[in-house]
Design a protein around this ligand. Structure first.
Ligand SMILES: Nc1ncnc2c1ncn2[C@@H]1O[C@H](COP(=O)(O)OP(=O)(O)OP(=O)(O)O)[C@@H](O)[C@H]1O
Length: 323
């Protein structure tokens, strides 16, 4: 569905020097810098896949999606989506994909949501019956049926995002680029949007590339993730593999009988003491030491229960970004 080879985008940026003097200087002697927003990116996505695109701020996610949507020309490299080169902006391609930018409005601000959807339907040549059916279905699933006659500018952020999502799906795109579709939404709306996307992807087999800073979105929706940083991909694989490759520790929680415990200084030789109270100790222990530490703890303490868990994926990703 999507094939990206050596995709690179460099922006030429001008750094203005401070103050009025800087502005005048800039008129005569501008110094430009080249920023590589995306650098030699390669990946491919199969039909029906829902791939999470992760990375810290400024990593190059939006720039990549914008190139795949044909909004930006790459500096070098190639891409094919559904057999089309996106930046050639072929009508055939435009009818088959949608780009939803969570931080931008795409609906008409001064129209009621329904009229805005009707306008979109006209642009894509969608029949009235088909529009009605899709809008009926989607507004019920997303719980915004009663908001169809409200002006877009009067909708809450969550309601507007749901309408934006409906608008981008009216023409039943085969490829969907979602750039932070749940940004700023409350937890209930986030969950509604997530469930909607999961069902939609399963039913329609739409190929989806999704960026989000909420790990819950990624964990619940994407089996595969691509991690990008400074414009370069450094991981492309199963979400579960991230733990194997990047999490160097596990969490051991032990319950002790009768409050008999070792002082935390003593426990520190096993790993990082995360929590300790009268009956429970939580330790973060290097992967390769887990078995040995468990044995030692069972020998030393009156352990009544022991639990070994992976570090939450959210913490692993945070560590990767921090590095
Ligand atoms: N039009 C532009 N002109 C100059 N530089 C740009 C432009 N658009 C993006 N950049 C730069 O390219 C880099 C990547 O930006 P991009 O928006 O793709 O990041 P992102 O991964 O989507 O970040 P975020 O998670 O914050 O949305 C950033 O350093 C940004 O400053």
């Amino acid at each position: 569905m999507i094939q990206v080879k050596g995709l690179t985008k460099a922006f030429r940026t001008y750094k203005k020097q401070p103050g009025f003097g800087g502005a005048i200087k800039g008129l005569f002697n501008r110094k430009y810098e080249q920023t590589f927003a995306v650098k030699d990116v390669n990946f491919s996505v199969e039909e029906g896949e829902l791939v999470g695109f992760l990375g810290p701020n400024g990593a190059g996610k939006t720039t990549t999606l914008k190139m795949l949507a044909g909004l930006l020309y790459p500096t070098t490299g190639s891409a094919q989506v559904l057999g089309y080169v996106p930046w050639q902006r072929d009508d055939g391609y435009r009818r088959q994909f949608a780009l939803l930018l969570g931080q931008k409005n795409q609906l008409w601000w001064d129209l009621p949501a329904l009229e805005s959807l009707e306008l979109n339907a006209r642009i894509y040549g969608i029949s009235r019956e088909s529009l009605q059916k899709t809008v009926d279905e989607m507004t019920s699933l997303l719980d915004v049926k009663d908001k169809l006659n409200v002006m877009v500018r009067e909708l809450s952020l969550g309601e507007r995002m749901k309408m934006e999502l409906i608008a981008s799906l009216l023409h039943k795109p085969k490829v969907l680029y979602l750039d932070e579709p749940t940004i700023g939404l409350d937890v209930i709306s986030q969950k509604t949007v997530r469930e909607f996307l999961r069902e939609y992807n399963a039913k329609q087999k739409t190929t989806i590339l999704l960026t989000s800073h909420y790990m819950a979105d990624i964990q619940e929706l994407c089996k595969r993730v691509i991690i990008i940083d400074h414009g370069t991909i450094f991981f492309d694989g199963k979400l579960s593999e991230i733990i194997d490759r990047f999490a160097d520790s596990k969490l051991i929680t032990i319950q002790c009988e009768g409050g008999k415990q070792s002082p935390s200084e003593h426990l520190q030789k096993y790993g990082q003491v995360l929590e300790q109270n009268a009956t429970e100790i939580k330790l973060k222990v290097k992967r390769e030491r887990v078995i040995a530490v468990c044995k030692a703890l069972l020998d030393e303490l009156p352990v009544s229960d022991i639990d070994i868990q992976e570090v939450p994926i959210e913490d692993v990703i945070r560590q990767i970004f921090a590095r």
